[in-house]
Design a protein around this ligand. Structure first.
Ligand SMILES: [Zn+2]
Length: 477
């Protein structure tokens, strides 16, 4: 019998707000332990939470980004549990009335027959992060700087079919959120963490197997590796006739295995109840409309547009999508121009190479995007060779001068005057009697050598196509 995996992900993403969810403490990474804290986020008795409006906006914005419904009524609930990193003994979250529900995300995936997959989003709800336990040699400490940081939990339907697809989904999801400035999605700083739900069943069966949760994954490659381990483990267990039970496991990244952590709690174990200190959240039309204006062009839509509007190949469009500033520079240079692909070549290859070489960034450029288009046009119209264009580009980079002015000032214009080229050709033939004789004797390759000599003699300025033609004509005469 063949088995298949059924995978759903719960992705926790820290929101990009200045302050925490219920208090004015800074939402900052890397401060000394317990310096960004106050009575509210330390869970002192008698304090009252005040909702961070920007966090609510970013939650609803995420709903729009993920094609969700935005209910006109949402509320916060207490999820009760004891853990040392949660001083209040409960976490504020949205249980049965989340701020967004029933959406989907579409992304490119090589393993799919169509190259594109769609994963349904159950909900994206707002909650608060907890503190962080630090374990030292002889003691442990709790840092509450992270306690109360707004956290979005994005729950997918179990639509993911394997480790690679889970990886592609996470990449696409975080690209979207980063593009819309919902979160920096910096994995190194723990801004994205993931719980993986995975079960196996006979292929074609509708019934779901026992759901096993792998908790607190903090890298996408970790998620992929954990699934690569866990799916065969479950299949082997089922094939041995073992009954898998619902449980929570942890991933040991060093050993490359999952281990049992605890049997899974059910919702009723948390005794959820509505938070009495917060009003329900009922957004108005105006408020929603304002949030909607913050929806940017999303990566996949952008890539498809660049391919359609500029006729770029997939690879170019991908680079200009992944690197948004570079992509915007390209659009500023190529819009309305008839050789967008040539502009793309410069923007993708020469420009980043020069920026890296000089340790500068796009913001430091001394010339506007349109100057790059002018440079490309000098090549396209045959005024300068592509080799000379490199020198002009270096000069633009250094001084910010317009390319045409550089060409004039330095006398770099391509020589397309047949008289001048004939004079050069005659000189080259006279100086290289051997290769000239070889060509006359039928060695076609000798022409390339002579052409190279002519280009050298002209300091790269001769029109290369004309140089070849003229040499050939004189030699055959
Ligand atoms: Zn605080």
């Amino acid at each position: 019998m063949e088995y298949e995996a059924v995978i759903g992900l719960e992705t926790h993403v820290q929101l990009k707000t200045r302050s925490k969810m219920w208090c004015g403490c800074p939402n900052e990474f890397g401060s000394p332990p317990n310096t960004n804290v106050c009575p509210v986020c330390l869970g002192m008795p008698g304090v009252l939470p005040v909702a961070n409006e920007e966090a609510l906006r970013l939650t609803v914005l995420t709903g729009y980004l993920l094609n969700c419904e935005i209910p006109r009524f949402a509320k916060f609930d207490r999820k009760n549990y004891f853990y040392p990193d949660s001083a209040k003994n409960y976490q504020l979250t949205q249980y049965d009335r989340p701020s967004t529900a029933n959406g989907w995300v579409e992304f490119e995936f090589d393993g799919s027959p169509t190259g594109v997959e769609r994963v349904r989003i159950t909900r994206a709800h707002l909650e608060e992060d907890v503190g962080k336990n630090n374990h030292f040699d002889r003691h442990s400490g709790v840092d509450f700087n992270r306690a109360g940081v707004p956290l979005l939990e994005i729950v997918s339907e179990p639509d993911l079919k394997g480790p690679d697809m889970a990886y592609a989904y996470l990449k696409a999801l975080t690209d979207i959120l980063a593009r819309a400035n919902v979160s920096d999605c910096d994995l190194e700083k723990g801004m994205v963490r993931c719980d993986v739900n995975v079960s196996v069943r006979p292929r074609g069966s509708e019934k779901l197997g026992a759901k096993i949760e792998i908790k607190n994954m903090n890298s996408f490659s970790g998620v992929r590796r954990a699934l690569e381990y866990e799916i065969p483990r479950q299949i082997e267990a089922v094939m041995r006739g073992e009954a898998l039970r619902q449980e929570t496991r942890r991933w040991d990244d060093v050993a490359g295995i999952t281990e049992p952590m605890r049997s899974k709690e059910d919702a009723h174990d948390y005794r959820y109840f509505p938070e009495p200190d917060l009003m329900p959240f009922a957004p108005t039309d105006e408020w929603l409309a304002e949030v909607r204006t913050r929806v940017p062009e999303l990566p996949r839509a952008r890539k498809l547009r660049l391919m359609r509007d500029f006729g770029l190949p997939d690879g170019d469009a991908q680079v200009l999508t992944d690197n948004l500033p570079l992509g915007q520079f390209f659009e500023a240079a190529a819009t309305g121009y008839r050789h967008p692909k040539s502009v793309a070549n410069w923007v993708i290859n020469n420009l980043p190479a020069k920026l890296a070489e000089t340790s500068t960034s796009l913001g430091d450029l001394k010339f506007p995007a349109t100057a790059l288009r002018d440079l490309v046009d000098l090549v396209e119209s045959g005024k300068i060779s592509s080799k000379i264009a490199q020198d002009v580009f270096a000069e633009m980079f250094a001084t910010g001068m317009a390319p045409a002015a550089i060409v004039d000032q330095k006398g770099l214009a391509q020589v397309s005057d047949s008289g001048a080229i004939e004079a050069l050709a005659a000189q080259v033939i006279a100086a290289n009697p051997g290769p000239a004789a070889d060509f006359k004797a039928g060695k076609a390759a000798a022409l390339n050598f002579l052409k190279g000599q002519l280009m050298k003699l002209s300091k790269g300025k001769a029109n290369p196509a004309m140089a070849g033609e003229v040499l050939e004509r004189l030699l055959k005469a």
